[in-house]
Design a protein around this ligand. Structure first.
Ligand SMILES: *Cc1c(COP(=O)(O)O)cnc(C)c1O
Length: 362
């Protein structure tokens, strides 16, 4: 079965020398290797400051704290995402206010965000779902107009671009996940990309119990709630080796995605996703809309290809559904949406096979 997701670990010969060096160095906690990973990740993103963490969820949590979201506040978010996006909102005691999606992309709708804003709104979380960048320019305008910070959940969208610049450069906070199945894995891990230098320094303190690592333990004075969210040297060593290959790995997703975009045009029962102007997806999954989805998924499975909607609508989780809302575009999009594989393990022959199968119908 051609899987929808797959873990990418560099070849032994490439990974082991660095990993063994760090494992037996006597220093496996957060140290110089973490620092090295952060500076290299910043370099890949092309701007901002990288706060490395032990998960993408930790990155969301710290972003919400730095955005000033507190108990009882509201955060506008999308229901079409992985659960951590919205579970994190509850971690600061805030409530989730749903915005609907755009029908042609599945990403959060700027118009719907604007309608959901009220005096309790303290942040907006947007998700580049399946690697498709959100409507960056419209969302930036709304953020400015209402003075509400935006957190971009780019867990699916490492390497995706807007106006030629990678995710991580467009909003005050962008989160990445380095969990097993993402574009880049450190086994587990995450990063919060922060544009403001002062907030970056505050983020460093929050990730380590509220302690300032630049001051000796005895002279430290904890003044804010902190957590144990740091990355360690072992995960960072894996991250550094992964970064050596990241351009070509992400490029494989993009090449497959573009090839499918070109060759799935005009097929009966298939509707392709549209991309916003000036954006370049990094196609973590290939997303499309199909008629008779159940029959489609079955036909693909019978031919050895995994197709799935993968995520459950988050508004169907009782705990996350603080303000039940009518989401007609999401109802429509979710009914026909499906993902097919397009990652680094998918060959051109695999793509051709999927295209032929879809042309034959289901
Ligand atoms: C994976 C993921 C996260 C959380 O990442 P973890 O590293 O698993 O905590 C957050 N948001 C989305 C959209 C994700 O897919």
């Amino acid at each position: 079965m051609l899987p929808l997701i797959k873990t990418n670990i560099p070849a032994k010969s490439q990974l082991m020398p660095k990993l063994e060096e760090v494992l037996y160095s006597g220093y496996v906690a957060q140290g110089d290797v973490v620092e090295e990973f952060e500076r290299k990740f910043e370099n890949y993103i092309g701007g901002g400051n990288t706060l490395s963490l032990n998960s993408g969820t930790a990155a969301l949590h710290i972003a919400l704290i730095l955005a000033g979201v507190k108990q009882g506040d509201e955060v506008i978010s999308t229901a079409l995402t992985a659960e951590p996006t919205n579970v994190a909102i509850k971690m600061v005691g805030a409530k989730v206010r749903w915005a609907d999606v755009d029908l042609s992309t599945g990403n959060i709708s700027p118009e719907s965000i604007e309608k959901a804003i009220n005096s309790n709104t303290k942040a907006i979380i947007v998700v580049d779902y399946a690697g498709i960048p959100v409507n960056v320019s419209k969302i930036q305008e709304i953020s400015k107009k209402y003075n509400i910070p935006v957190i971009e959940d780019a867990a699916h969208a490492l390497g995706a671009k807007f106006r030629g610049k990678r995710t991580g450069n467009h909003f005050p906070f962008t989160i990445y996940s380095f969990q097993a199945i993402k574009h880049l894995t450190t086994i587990d891990g995450g990063a919060l990309q922060i544009l403001d230098n002062n907030l970056y320094n505050k983020g460093k303190i929050i990730r380590w119990f509220g302690l300032d690592k630049n001051i000796s333990r005895l002279e430290n004075d904890i003044q804010i709630q902190g957590y144990k969210y740091h990355m360690n040297n072992v995960n960072a060593a894996i991250g550094i080796v992964q970064l050596e290959n990241i351009e070509s790995i992400v490029q494989k997703y993009i090449e497959n995605g573009k090839y499918l975009d070109e060759n799935l045009k005009g097929i009966d029962g298939v509707e392709l996703i549209e991309y916003y102007p000036d954006t370049e997806p990094s196609y973590w999954l290939y997303t499309l809309k199909v008629k008779n989805r159940d029959a489609f998924v079955k036909m693909m499975a019978e031919n050895g290809i995994m197709a799935s909607e993968l995520h459950k609508r988050n508004d169907l989780h009782t705990y996350l559904n603080d303000f039940p809302a009518d989401l007609p575009n999401l109802d429509n999009f979710y009914q026909n949406m499906v993902h097919i594989p397009c990652g680094w393990w998918v060959t051109k022959e695999d793509c051709d096979k999927m295209i032929e199968l879809m042309k034959k119908g289901w």
